[in-house]
Design a protein around this ligand. Sequence first.
Ligand SMILES: Nc1ncnc2c1ncn2[C@@H]1O[C@H](COP(=O)(O)OP(=O)(O)OP(=O)(O)O)[C@@H](O)[C@H]1O
Length: 342
Amino acid sequence: MIRDARVLRAGFVPREVEHRDAEVNHLSSVLEPITNGEPADTAIVTGPSGTGKTCISKFVTERLREEVLDVEATYVNCWRNYTRFRTLYQILDDLGATIDIHRQSTPHDELVDRLQQHDGPRTVIILDEVDQLEDPSVIYDLHSLPQFAIICIANKEEELFSRVDDRLVSRLRSSEHVRMGKYHDEQLYDILSARAKWGLDEDVITDDQLYRIADAAAGDARLAIGILRTAAGKADRENHERITDDILLDAAEDARAQIKQKSLDSLTPHQRVVYDIVREHGPVGPSEIHERYSEAVDDPRTKRTVRTYLSKMEQYNLLEAEGTSRDREYSLVDSAAASPMQ
Ligand SMILES: Nc1ncnc2c1ncn2[C@@H]1O[C@H](COP(=O)(O)OP(=O)(O)OP(=O)(O)O)[C@@H](O)[C@H]1O
């Protein structure tokens, strides 16, 4: 049943990406100067969850590295490494320059100095989930170092810009911006079909079933591939020769639950407190959320930061908001109401 399980994993970067030629070309052209040893502009890649931001950024960087010898790449998930220190440390660690850095005592400036002194090949730094940085000034640190080309990935540009100071906003506004929209069903079908071709034995799933997955995933390639993976896994475990319609129905629910759990596990401790407040008191407005949150934690972040937490959780389908910006209220997403598998 399963020919190559890697192809069905969430983080897999395929040899060919589907339907993103314009975005691939745009991003490649922004990074192109580093292939001649020149500094490149910072690129900002935005779009909803599952639109291929990470995949396309890694794909383009890998292709560059295939073309020229002296380009390196490093990837940091800023949601996981949400402090300035951790992001800088992660990059230095990837470059092999963390020996004698003490996790607690080394000042930030020294980490930045180290990066500045780095005299290895030019390096593309992918800052994924960059809108999750508690202190976005790390973008400024990196932006000013010519030996690094930066790709900043975020869901919404406003969220990124609202949290950085003016000098950085003006620099970022003049950066190259690659926007990714949700996929149409046909596009998702093509993405799924390529994965099924490489990952599964022949005739394990029908075209009609692939279309139904595409439809249920509503533009989100992460969910679409998750449904395919879950269905194939179950069919394989139960020794079916094909993916049955019943398996497919359950797979949509299971894949959503898995993605939700992963998103919950990604929340920072402060975000988790905010999520729990909405769970217990929703529907609830941002002011009340902030009040309750400030009482619950020792060093509360600003209202603006908590608003970005709420927006992120909305993007990741953990929370939903109702009302206009004045009377907006948040509650937990009702998973049962998600677009069902037909
Ligand atoms: N155009 C594409 N061609 C082939 N596979 C794709 C394409 N776009 C996305 N994928 C696949 O879909 C999955 C989700 O994509 P990706 O992680 O890049 O989304 P994202 O926009 O970064 O989402 P998030 O904001 O949730 O991190 C990955 O497995 C990726 O390989």
